[in-house]
Design a protein around this ligand. Structure first.
Ligand SMILES: [Zn+2]
Length: 684
């Protein structure tokens, strides 16, 4: 591992922060914290922590000795000075004389001694930092260090690799008890340059930021070199099917299998992030991969991301895809059973009241292909994949120098079900469409874009399909929530299929279709050009059918139901003069919606239509509004609000109707009218 310290960069950061009133100590603390945080082999997504002992002044001008320590929720890679809250040292040091200190009391002690009460919670490892005398303390979960400490009998190996330069601390759950023992280990030999925490990671320290950082990189390199020089060859590879299925062939099946059933046809769905590389595939093709996966996580804080460890499934045979659904489901069932047993066994050991987290795996290893990270959002799914890559690094190293033997699951349990973590999760309420994927055709148009925005605001990830890829990308950006834009001519079945394939590739599947794209052609029906009518049918009927077919194919693979929503327009039931080319295929689409409701209700797939009228859009442009209102001798405003309510109806109103239909779990074969009131077009 390369030492990235650079004097010029460090001094520039000191100078930049000095202008904002940040001390040299804190600026350098930010500098090396970012260097450590930017390397996934050291820390990932909120893991690890750093500190410095310095001085801070409170609001009345009193100066205090403080520990600036990483705040909970901050990512080291992008830390700012406010991510290193200052805690008064005096109180922290006094705590060392206590016999015991409950986690909640420790948090209260730390919070009540903050210089700025608005700070985030100081790290759970704050006391460990405080009890060490050095001004700068760094802590990581380096994968190379984990290769050495994740062994059944790691102490002799740790001594072989590091000699007496690092103190050895047995595994203890992070918190007060660990801090006390770590301080005792240091006191027993104050010449050490760091501490090795069995089954957990490494601390290094120094008088300045550079020394603590240099020591971290040095000992990581010592571990890396040892693994490289002493590693034995990898275990044999498993046999793979002659013809492997593709990731997209199995993603919806897997995504459906890890969805959490809430009963009565309701599911909490996950997003799946597929990740692969030569290194990933090389490792997970091992004949022992299921064994490794079952042993657990490489460092305890990964349990927050991937629970008790990954799930390994067999490689998918392209010629036996029909059987694969059952294979995946049986593996998920086994994982859930093991997890439930793990919870029940460990929960029964004391009187603490806990709620079992959902028992679904967060990382699935698929030999031959790669891995899927699962999470309630794309961000969480990607974090699970990131964690998976580092789990592989640590296990590969541990197996090279011995046998991967991480923290036992009994010891992991108090950490996964740590009271403070449970409180954090309980406050994290999902949105109504969290975990769901919506594909919207005509997604860059007025109604499509408004629908994408509303669905994304309600937690869905949107796949915005539009003829114009640039506009689709813009609409995705406007919608937010990691939505994507896809360019496609949806009257071309191959392009429609490709758009759905993209949804599967990025999110793992599709739960909601908003089949919205349309265009109008005018002409009296008896004199209509046949080609024009057929062209209108291609877009206003057959493209809806093609979108619905693709959506249903994926929904059936997922087995978690879904909803099809069609934009059918007022024309479907109330024809306008010279509008047959538009209204007739739309009428067919209205019945298409009902046919899907009929044929797929038994699978939990709902199908509804929205019947909108007179919305400013690509179909009813400002120029058309001017000409039509002029022809009728009314103002544009009167024309647009010529309905029973006397109010203009907007694309946002249509989006609200689609959202309602998506959320109304017992509503199918419905038509919702969004036209401000038009009795001639009212449904019977
Ligand atoms: Zn740690």
């Amino acid at each position: 591992m390369k030492n990235l310290w650079n004097d010029a960069d460090a001094e520039k950061m000191v100078a930049d922060y000095a202008r904002k009133g940040v001390s040299r100590d804190l600026a350098l603390r930010v500098y090396t914290t970012r260097l450590l945080g930017g390397e996934p082999r050291l820390v990932l997504h909120g893991g690890g922590n750093t500190s410095c002992k310095t001085k801070a002044t409170d609001l009345i001008g009193d100066e205090w000795d403080v520990l600036c320590v990483k705040g909970s929720g901050w990512d080291m890679a992008v830390i700012e000075p406010q991510g290193l809250p200052a805690v008064k040292m005096g109180a922290l040091l006094k705590a060392r004389s206590l016999e015991t200190l409950a986690d909640e009391d420790m948090v209260a002690l730390q919070r009540s001694n903050l210089i700025d009460p608005a700070s985030p919670n100081p790290s759970v490892e704050t006391l460990l930092h405080a009890f060490l005398p050095h001004r700068f303390v760094d802590h990581t979960h380096s994968t190379a260090i984990l290769a050495i400490v994740d062994q059944q009998d790691s102490k002799p190996l740790i001594e072989t690799v590091f000699g007496d330069r690092l103190g050895y601390v047995p595994y203890i759950k992070p918190g007060f008890d660990l801090a006390k023992v770590a301080a005792e280990v240091f006191d027993a030999d104050p010449s050490v340059e760091g501490l090795i925490l069995d089954k957990h990671g490494i601390f290094t320290f120094g008088d300045d930021a550079k020394q603590a950082y240099d020591r971290m990189i040095h000992y990581v390199n010592v571990a890396e070199d040892y693994v490289a020089k002493n590693g034995k060859p990898q275990a044999a590879k498993a046999a793979l099917p002659a013809k492997l299925a593709k990731p997209g062939d199995i993603a919806p099946t897997l995504r459906g299998a890890v969805a959490v059933a809430r009963g009565e046809g309701r599911f909490d769905r996950m997003i799946s992030d597929f990740r692969t590389s030569d290194a990933i595939v090389d490792f997970i093709n091992s004949a022992k991969i299921a064994d490794y996966a079952g042993r657990g996580v490489s460092t305890p804080d990964l349990s927050i991301r991937i629970k008790t460890g990954p799930m390994a499934v067999p490689a998918p045979d392209a010629d036996k895809l029909g059987d694969y659904k059952g294979v995946v489901r049986s593996h998920v069932e086994a994982f859930v059973k093991d997890y439930t047993t793990y919870f029940e066994t460990n929960d029964a050991l004391d009187d603490v009241k806990r709620t079992m987290l959902d028992p679904m795996p967060r990382l699935t290893l698929v030999p031959g292909l790669g891995m899927f990270g699962h999470g309630r959002t794309l961000k969480d799914a990607k974090i699970a994949s990131d964690v998976g890559e580092m789990w592989i690094e640590a296990v590969r190293g541990a197996e090279a120098v011995g046998n991967f033997h991480p923290l036992s699951k009994a010891d992991l349990f108090p950490l996964e079900y740590w009271s403070l973590e449970q409180a954090k999760l309980a406050s994290n309420k999902p949105k109504p469409l969290t975990g769901q994927v919506v594909l919207i055709t005509g997604g860059a148009g007025a109604i499509g874009a408004a629908t994408a925005k509303l669905f994304a605001a309600n937690g869905a990830h949107a796949v915005i399909v539009d003829l114009d890829p640039a506009k689709a990308a813009d609409a995705a950006k406007a919608a937010g929530n990691n939505s994507i834009g896809v360019g496609a001519d949806i009257t071309n079945p191959a392009e429609m299929r490709a758009a759905f394939d993209k949804a599967v590739a990025v999110y793992g599947g599709v739960d909601i279709l908003v089949s919205n794209a349309g265009a109008a052609w005018e002409g009296r029906i008896g004199e209509l050009d046949d080609a024009m009518l057929r062209k209108s049918f291609e877009l206003n009927f057959f493209a809806h059918q093609s979108a619905a077919q693709n959506a249903v194919r994926i929904m059936l693979e997922q087995g978690t139901g879904g909803v099809l929503l069609f934009n059918t327009s007022k024309q479907a039931i109330n024809p306008g003069p010279k509008f047959g080319a538009y209204g007739i295929p739309k009428a067919a689409t209205l019945f298409l919606s009902r046919q899907y409701a009929l044929d797929y209700g038994a699978y939990g797939i709902r199908s509804n239509a929205v019947n909108a009228d007179r919305i400013r859009s690509g179909l009813l442009t400002d120029a058309m509004i001017a000409s039509r209102s002029g022809a009728r001798g009314v103002s544009e405003k009167e024309y647009m609000s010529g309905n029973l309510l006397g109010q203009e109806v907007t694309a946002d109103d249509v989006a609200q109707a689609f959202l309602h239909q998506a959320l109304a779990e017992r509503t199918t074969a419905d038509v919702t009218t969004v036209d401000g009131g038009n009795i001639a077009a009212a449904l019977r």
